[in-house]
Every structure is written in C-alpha cells, then in structure tokens.
Write a protein that binds this ligand. Sequence first.
Ligand code: GDP
Length: 333
Amino acid sequence: MSNDGAADKLETATLAEAVRGGDRRALARAITLVESAKAAHQDESEALLAALLPHSGKSLRLGITGVPGVGKSSFIERFGQHVIAAGHRVAVLAVDPSSKLSGGSILGDKTRMEDLARHPAAFIRPSPTGGTLGGVARRTREAMLVCEAAGFDVIVVETVGVGQSETTVADMVDLFLLLLLPSGGDELQGLKRGIVELADLVAVNKADGELAEAASRTAAEYRAALHLLRPGAETPVLLCSAKTGQGIAEIWQAAEAAREALAASGVLGHKRAHQARAWMWSQVHDTLEARLKADPQVAAQLPALERAVMAGELAPATAARRLLQAFLGPRKD
Ligand code: GDP
C-alpha cells in the first residue's frame, strides 16, 4: 500500500527497538499504532507486533472487574504501588466498550490512579474507544503484548462489572480478580453467576471502619457460594481496603501463588495457547462479518431479512443462508 515499504520497515524496526529499550514515548506511539483502526496502519502495526511478539508473554496477566463504585481504581492505585515496591513494573490497561457512548469513560478518566500514573515503573492506558467489544478488546490485547515487550511484568486489565466484557477479558488474562462490595444481604450482588464462576480470586473491598463487619459476612457468603459453584477449586476469597491498604499484600501473594501453580501444572501454557487460537478466530469472525455487511449485495437485502426474522416470518437459518449466498454466491457443493 505504501511506496516506501522499505522505509516503513526500517522505522518499525527502530520503533520496536525503542519499545524494548524502555522508551516511554516509543511505547505510547507503538500502542497508538496498534490501536489505530486506519487501514493504512495495519501493515505497520502487524510488522511491529511481529517484531515484539518474541519478547512478549513473560508477565503475570491479571484481569480485574467489579461494579462501578466497588473501588477498582482505588484498588489498582494501591495494588500497583505494592507490586512495584516488590520489584515489578506494572502496566494498567482497560477494556471499556461503553467509553464511546458515555463520552467521558470511567475507565479513561485521567485523574484516576494519580500516584501510580506518576511512577516511572508504571504505565497506565485508558480503554481504546469506539468499535465493537471485540475490536476494543483486540486493541487492548495487542497493547498488552507491546507492554510486555517493553518489560512490564505485571499487566492489569481492568473492566467494568457489567455485561459481556468480563468474559472477553478473562480470555486474555492468566487470572481474574473479582472485587466485591460489603453487603448486608445474601444476594450475589446483582452479578451474573457466570462472572463469579470466571473468578480465580475474589476480594471484598472496603473492609474498613463501619463496613468491616459486613465485608467479613460477604466474604463468608461468597466462600460458601463458591464452594457450591466450583467444588474443589478453592477460589480464595479475601478482604481488603484500598483506603487503608490492608489486605493488598495478601491479594498480591494469592495472585503470585495462583500464577505459579498454573505455570507449574502446565495449565498456563495450555491456556495461553488456546487463548491465542481463540483470538485468531475472533478476528477472523469480526473481519468476515464486517466484510459481509459492507458487501452491496448483502447490504441491499439485510434490512428486510432482519425485519422478517425479527417478525418471525422467516427462519433465521434461511435468512442466514440467503445473506451468505448474496456474499459468496451460490454454493457449489
Ligand atoms: P471504581 O468505580 O470501581 O473505579 O471505584 P473507585 O475507585 O472510583 O471508588 C469508588 C468510591 O469508593 C470512591 O469514593 C472511593 O474513595 C471509595 N473507596 C474505594 N476503595 C475504598 C475502600 O477500601 N474503603 C472505603 N471506605 N472506600 C473506598
């Protein structure tokens, strides 16, 4: 696509070197490049990722979720500093597919994690904006690889505890931490059961002051619930306070222990291999769907077919076959 392919290649190699050398401006530029939706950037982005891939993968990838207000940013601010004090470098990324709709994304708010953001051993990147959940997640996943190549050995991927994004984030991390609020009731906090089942670690935040007792109760309830949901899994349920810092060290310890157990059993390698394959396919699906929708033959039929399917006048399978025929031509087999 570009006439000076050789020059692009050289520039990509230089950028990759700078990223690996820990140059923060190069890191930000590299992430902007892999996040770019512009077709013209695709070759360059792929070349960069190819150059960085052999140097990625050496981190602990930790997903963190919880409802808005549970204290995710307060927690990551504390947790990140603790992990840095233990000798690590921490990158914080986010998957927030709503960030386009809400205008000012909760996860993109730059005033969050102020102290952590200033630390030279930390790198914080708000969620990519726009596009489908799959698209946002892909760009975050690629940013994660870039951060790993830049020497960040703990990657935190934050997402909001509503909707589908947890499953998507669980598919890109080694471990998933669910943050909960202390609650008096015995309901599973309006969270979908599936999210609780995804968690490798659970922590009840705000276990301080007047909330301490409710937090202990909530933890006990979740221990009992998880015991039934995942017998034998022994998901740790811990208490913490992002405000006082209490319990943060224990959560890091639990995360490290869980990661070591995964690596030692061979499950980690297996998990990552399957994740990589799943990401390949999700990209194939996304690209095919986008091409299909952009096809003029398909576009001409799509509204009427969708309407007919929604009205129950046409079987979804029949409509799907017609769309595929419009896109691919009649089947030859
Ligand atoms: P997020 O929406 O999940 O990112 O939550 P925030 O980190 O923005 O926190 C929401 C509110 O809870 C803020 O007012 C925080 O000060 C408060 N908060 C966060 N962690 C704690 C905690 O451990 N204890 C108490 N008491 N308040 C907390």
